[in-house]
Structure formats: structure tokens, C-alpha cells
Design a protein around this ligand. Structure first.
Ligand SMILES: C[S@@+](CC[C@H](N)C(=O)[O-])C[C@H]1O[C@@H](n2cnc3c(N)ncnc32)[C@H](O)[C@@H]1O
Length: 304
């Protein structure tokens, strides 16, 4: 399936790409958002860890030229390295999660619909696979991973079922192990292994850590007056972004009752609010269902 960019208009409104502006698309994917930034005259610096994204970026680069578009195959967690080379940007987009083609290729191991190796690495050239985690972690570690990464309702039960079903090699092996202790998948309902798969994917790709790293790097990667937007697909990520914006926004400064010696004294953004997809976007693109966009603007002269 082709990847349809989510909340495209709301993202453009928030980030205001225009001629003379540079946008960092930190999760290039298949370039849906990047193309829209370019169409509005902005210059785009794009990142992604996925080799398929890199191929697509090569095609886009050949179309529009290096003046308008550059791609770096690297994690957005390494944003500080990039800012050294590219300077602060006018806007930054993070569209978290996976792209539709990543899910659809059974060989990448993200899907429980089709059998594939339990891989789940967005960057297949490095890191630990989901197969290693499900077969080698101790039951308590597995339980913690499931609890933190996907909010499985009964992580203990699922961790036990996984340990009992070892060795697991394919996505279907894992889905079956979960189904055995939960319920049979029903058409139209969320697959019972959805949260388990998400927790593993987040652990394999260090998604929580990368999000923390990139948020910490954004102050230096954005020029004063520059804007950031983050698209999330799960409440864990949305909460992290919401709290981060709240902790760093000037509004918070005026609220009474803030603990003295708060860990994050820098108040350098203004919240730009949030957006969710309309029913018609969701029916045209079911992947947009759980999406939420949040944005913030860097205040002039603070936090640098
Ligand atoms: C939801 S897709 C982005 C789709 C894109 N906005 C589009 O319209 O085509 C998320 C992308 O982020 C990439 N990604 C995930 N973690 C990353 C990281 N730490 N650094 C860079 N890219 C990452 C994935 O490989 C995937 O291609």
C-alpha cells in the first residue's frame, strides 16, 4: 500500500513552509510531507533510518535537485550532528511510527496479518531484532517491555505465553502465542496482538529513547520563531510530546504551584495547539485513525 501522509493540511498550516524557509522532515518515510513542503517552495532536509526511504529520497532528490532537497540516512535522535552541518531550521516535522509500505512488506516483520521473520528493525543494518528479544529476554524483562512499550492490559500473562511458546521465529508465531491467552482475532476489531507488536517495535527501534533525544535537541535545531510539529499514533507518545510542550512553554511559567527546582527550567516555546483527523480523512486513510498532531513555536531569544 502506498503511504498516504496524515493530517497534511494541518501540518502545513502549523509549519508554514514557504520560499526561503528550510524544513527538517525528520521522518521522511515515502516523502508525502516532504513533497508538500517542496510544493510550497520550502527547502527540505530529510532524515530516515530506513533504506527504502533512502531510495525514495534518491528519486525525489533527482527530481528537484540538491539545492531544494537533501537526505541523510540517520536517526532523528542524532539531530545535533545534523544541526552542525545544516544550521538551525525554520520548521521541524516528526511523523512517528511506521509507514504503510514498512507494515505491508512481510519480510520486515511488522505485520501479524502476514507471516514474516520477527525482525521489526526500521534500520535493518543494525540493532537487535524482535526475534532476539522474544526468545532471549527473561520473563520479568519481557513483562516490563510489554507494559511500558504498548500498555498491554495483562503483560504478565502475555510474557508467560511468549516464554512458553519459545522458540518463536515468525510474526505469526508471536501473534498465535498472544491469541492463545487472549481471544481470537475478530474481523473489524483490533487484533489482540496489536499492543504486543507495538511494544516490541518500540523496544527494537528504541523509539522512546529517540523521541526523548530529539525533543532535547530541538531547541538548538530551530531558529527563534521556528516551529515544530509532531504526529503521534499512540497515547504513550502523545503524552510524552504533550508533557514536553507543557513543561517548556511560557504559559506554564505563570501557573502557580510549580515545584521549586523543576528539572526543566527552560521555557522557550509557545504551544500551537493540536489537531486530529476528520472522519472523512479516517475513512479515506484508516491509518490516520489514532493520529494526533501537536505543535509549538520557539520564542525569540530564549533557550539557546
Ligand atoms: C510514519 S512514517 C513517515 C511518513 C512520511 N511523513 C510520509 O508522508 O511519507 C515514519 C518514518 O520514520 C522513520 N523513522 C522511525 N524512527 C526513526 C528515527 N529514529 N530516525 C529517523 N527516522 C525514523 C521510519 O523509518 C518511517 O519511514
Amino acid at each position: 500500500m502506498e503511504h498516504v501522509p496524515v493530517l497534511l493540511e494541518a501540518t502545513m498550516e502549523m509549519l508554514q513552509p514557504a520560499p526561503g524557509r528550510t524544513v527538517i522532515d525528520a521522518t521522511f518515510g515515502r516523502g508525502g510531507h516532504s513533497r508538500a513542503f517542496l510544493a510550497r517552495g520550502a527547502r527540505v532536509v530529510a532524515l530516515d533510518v530506513d533504506p527504502e526511504a533512502e531510495k525514495e529520497a534518491g528519486r525525489l532528490g533527482a527530481e528537484v535537485g540538491p539545492e531544494k532537497f537533501r537526505f541523510y540516512r540517520m536517526s532523528f535522535g542524532d539531530l545535533p550532528r545534523l544541526t552542525g552541518a545544516e544550521g538551525p531550521a525554520d520548521a521541524i516535522l516528526l511523523d512517528l511510527g511506521i509507514s504503510s509500505p514498512q507494515v505491508d512488506q512481510a519480510g520486515r516483520g511488522f505485520s501479524f496479518q502476514q507471516s514474516g521473520p520477527l525482525d521489526m528493525r526500521m534500520n535493518p543494518d543494525s540493532g537487535v531484532t524482535a526475534e532476539t528479544l522474544v526468545n532471549e529476554l527473561g520473563e520479568p524483562e519481557l513483562r516490563n517491555l510489554l507494559r511500558q512499550g504498548g500498555e498491554d492490559r495483562d503483560p504478565g500473562k502475555i510474557a508467560r505465553a511468549i516464554v512458553r511458546a519459545r522458540p518463536l521465529h515468525t510474526t505469526v508465531d508471536l501473534a498465535n502465542a498472544v491469541v492463545r491467552v487472549t481471544r481470537a482475532p475478530r474481523p473489524g476489531a483490533k487484533h489482540p496482538a496489536t499492543r504486543t507488536f507495538m511494544a516490541l517495535r518500540r523496544a527494537v527501534n528504541r523509539e522512546g529513547e529517540s523521541l526523548t533525544e530529539v525533543l532535547a535537541a530541538i531547541p538548538r535545531a530551530l531558529r527563534p520563531g521556528g516551529r515544530m510539529a509532531v504526529l503521534t499514533y499512540h497515547s504513550i507518545e502523545d503524552r510524552a510530546v504533550k508533557n514536553w510542550i507543557r513543561e517548556h512553554s511560557e504559559e506554564e511559567k505563570r501557573q502557580p504551584g510549580m515545584a521549586f527546582g523543576h528539572a526543566n527550567p527552560e521555557r522557550w516555546v509557545r504551544s500551537l495547539g493540536e489537531a486530529v483527523p476528520t472522519e472523512s480523512e479516517i475513512s479515506a486513510n484508516p491509518r490516520a485513525r489514532s493520529a494526533r498532531l501537536r505543535g509549538a513555536e520557539r520564542l525569540a531569544g530564549e533557550g539557546s
